[in-house]
Design a protein around this ligand. Structure first.
Ligand code: BGC
Ligand code: MN
Length: 412
């Protein structure tokens, strides 16, 4: 083909055909070469690091799946110019215990009225800072470096426990001794890039709670997060309202500390791979993509239940969760609708990483009104949510392994 094209033809029509042929041949060669180089550039490591993010560089995981269009408002941009970073595994070294820190608990209910609060802390500590690193700086005043964008001690696939030790045994073990009251931790060796509140709606699942905490704390420490675990327990025997508990938990968490990221987490889901980072990227992230009880398949593309993460500003932008979902189901779908209405889209890690085992249990009473509520949800986006949230904090306990918030939602 090339040798034929090299013979320059005579006549206008022929010359034109000759030129078109040349351009097509060049395009073909260019396509072929770029395909070849794209293949060669496929990451050898799972993690990529997006160096273009301004303040907190964003981790991009190979083949991250998103369900919808690119963002236009409130969400930032897609991955640009990713720079590959290798994950080093160093299971031998142990982080020193973090400096002691104090907890001041603000016992005011979200509606502004004084709540019935009983603050129980087992030891005295100095005040928590409002933030670990001033925004936009690369290292803090004490000279420590920021933690690496990809934590160095991740191990990948995890064994999931089928039981947990007693509370006393657990508290005596190494990873839990590093915690400060309220189930708080931040790395001592570097300044964390992420201030994360894990919010867990809860009622009457003590065994699951022990397993959850036993499994999660070591992982979150390896991920070098500045984090706290908030167990939000619904008082009384009314129908369970997961969404209102998540709203209340998030509001109480930010009264205690300047968290920038929320991970909303069912107590019965145990992660199977610690590369599933509990951080908030630029878009809300659905974390429990593949769950054993669902044959490790995403039930439907809009699913946002189980475990999900979003920044405080995204959560506030969408007015939090709806408070209208009493009983099982729908509240996470409503949140999906809120997020997409605000032009955010759902990010997901690949299913081989975002894996969970579900501790066997029966789920609560299904809410038969959930489809109706969902259908008419959009009308309530601005009036139903954080803006209408009413609850009473009955108790706050700063346990060694978690902050317990006992919440009364009032009668429906
Ligand atoms: C419910 C969701 C739930 C999902 C997966 C849906 O029908 O509305 O709340 O997360 O099923 O179980
Ligand atoms: Mn469940």
């Amino acid at each position: 083909m090339y040798s034929a094209a090299l013979v320059v033809p005579r006549g206008r029509g022929r010359l034109l055909r000759y030129l078109v042929g040349c351009v097509a041949a060049l395009l073909f060669v260019q396509c072929f070469l770029s395909l070849l180089s794209a293949r060669r550039a496929l990451p050898t490591s799972f993690f990529q690091f997006d160096s273009s993010a301004a303040v907190s560089p964003r981790l991009v995981l190979g083949l991250t799946n998103t369900t919808a269009r690119p963002p236009s408002t409130g969400g930032g941009g897609g991955p640009r110019d990713p720079l590959l970073v290798k994950v080093m595994v160093d299971p031998g070294s142990k982080a020193p215990a973090p400096p002691a820190a104090a907890v001041t608990v603000n016992g005011t209910a979200a509606n502004g009225t004084a709540a019935l609060v009983n603050v129980t802390a087992s030891s005295q500590r100095p005040p928590l800072p409002t933030a670990t690193t001033p925004a936009g700086t690369s290292s803090p005043a004490d000279g420590r470096q920021r933690c690496p964008p990809v934590p160095l001690k991740l191990v990948g696939p995890l064994a999931v426990p089928s039981s947990a030790p007693s509370w006393d045994q657990m508290e005596a073990e190494e990873p839990f001794r590093r915690l400060t009251d309220g189930g708080r931790y931040r790395p001592a060796e570097c300044v964390s890039r992420h201030r994360v509140a894990i919010i867990v709606p809860y009622r009457d699942r003590e065994e699951h709670l022990r397993m959850f905490l036993y499994h999660m704390h070591p992982v979150l420490q390896r991920q070098q997060l500045d984090y706290g675990i908030f167990i939000v327990e619904q008082d009384g025997s009314d129908m369970f309202n997961r969404a209102s508990l998540l709203n209340a938990g998030a509001m109480e968490a930010i009264k205690q500390y300047d968290f920038q990221c929320f991970v909303f987490h069912d107590v019965d889901l145990l992660m199977e791979d610690d590369r599933n980072l509990y951080t908030c990227p630029q878009q809300p992230r659905h974390m429990s993509v593949a769950v054993d009880s669902m044959q490790y398949k995403l039930a439907y593309p809009q699913l946002f239940g189980g475990v999900s993460a979003m920044t405080r500003s995204q959560f506030e932008l969408v007015n939090g969760f709806s408070n209208q979902y009493w009983g099982w189901g729908g509240e996470d779908d409503d949140m999906y609708n809120r997020l997409t209405y605000h032009k955010l889209h759902i990010a997901r890690y690949p299913a081989n990483i975002a894996r969970y085992k579900m501790v066997k249990h029966k789920h609560g009473k299904v809410n038969p009104k959930r489809f109706d509520l969902l259908r008419r949800g959009k009308k309530r986006f601005t009036t139903d949510g954080l803006s209408s949230l009413k609850y009473q904090v009955k108790d706050i306990v700063l346990d060694k392994l978690y902050t317990r918030l006992l919440i009364s939602l009032g009668r429906r």
